[in-house]
Design a protein around this ligand. Structure first.
Ligand code: PAF
Length: 284
């Protein structure tokens, strides 16, 4: 397994693969890898000749009041996991390699970034799009793999790939959960024992919401208000948002018909967690 800290070195590796006609699966990450990332790597391995994984805690997607400085990092553990899963290249640049002095060009988020996380993190998706476009340009993937816990991120990236005529496929991958339902996230590492228990409220609210939709509830307001009631019962939880949107433009909908995303962001203590379920009419 190669480890590249510079763009020049990463390009050398991917161009040698490309020149041999090999396909490349990219798994972009901010490190502190968990089983969710492992599932993306396995899928990328199955569908491509080589797998590249980036580990970069991207400063431009964090607002000044957010957790950039304390975001968990453990590169040794990450590289051991990657090596055991057959990753061919880890790209692990320093911030100055990605954003050298004078850096001034950003990809603006489309309207899909206005609701859900975009409302409480208004500069977040501009940072995500900018860094992911750079990663695509540097690592030239055939396919790139993203978990659906960050469903809004996936839909926005898919829009960028279409709008900017990028020559790759973005592949959505299912949310991976602990056995009790908590969606895996590097930020779960922030939770104390009692917060870890409280964090289950996201899954509880979403599974009850999904059950009510399955039983025929189509009114978003009802679904949202039932989820809010469940969150309010957990003393360590503070709701950021509970929203229901359609998946083309991520606009709020009153009625759950067609493909719909039901999503939550909740603070458990200081830690902001997100989770969701995707509803397709033919789920019924
Ligand atoms: O989902 C993430 O971990 C990040 O937003 C990503 C896609 C690696 C960009 O920094």
């Amino acid at each position: 397994m190669e480890i590249a800290e510079t763009i020049v070195k990463a390009r050398e590796v991917v161009r040698s693969w490309r020149s041999r006609g090999l396909s490349i699966g990219l798994v972009p990450t901010m490190g502190y890898l968990h089983e969710g990332h492992a599932s993306l790597i396995r899928r990328a391995k199955e569908e491509n000749d080589q797998v590249a994984l980036s580990v970069f805690v991207n400063p431009t997607q964090f607002a000044p009041n957010e957790d950039l400085a304390k975001y968990p990092r453990d590169f040794q553990r990450d590289s051991a996991l990657c090596s055991s899963l057959g990753v061919g290249l880890i790209f692990h640049p320093e911030p100055l390699e990605m954003y050298p002095s004078g850096f001034a060009t950003y990809v603006e988020a489309p309207a899909l970034g206005l609701n859900l996380c975009g409302r409480s993190r208004p500069t977040h998706f501009r940072g995500v799009l900018t860094v992911v476009l750079k990663l695509f340009n540097i690592l030239e993937p055939t396919r790139a793999y993203f978990g659906l816990k960050d469903a809004q991120q996936f839909f926005i990236l898919k829009r960028m790939v279409t709008d900017l005529s990028l020559d790759l496929a973005v592949v959505p991958c299912p949310i991976i959960r602990e056995s009790d339902g908590l969606a895996l996230s590097s930020r779960n590492a922030y939770l104390s024992e009692s917060e870890r228990r409280a964090a289950l409220v996201l899954h509880k609210a979403l599974t009850q919401a999904e059950a009510s939709v399955l039983a025929g509830e189509t009114n978003s307001l009802q679904v949202v208000s039932a989820m809010k009631k469940i969150i309010a019962q957990e003393p360590l939880a503070k709701l950021d948002y509970a929203e229901v949107v359609e998946t083309k433009g991520l606009t709020l909908v009153n009625e759950i018909v067609g493909e719909t995303l039901v999503a939550l962001a909740v603070y458990i203590g200081q830690t902001r967690l997100i989770d969701n379920f995707l509803w397709k009419a033919n789920n019924k």
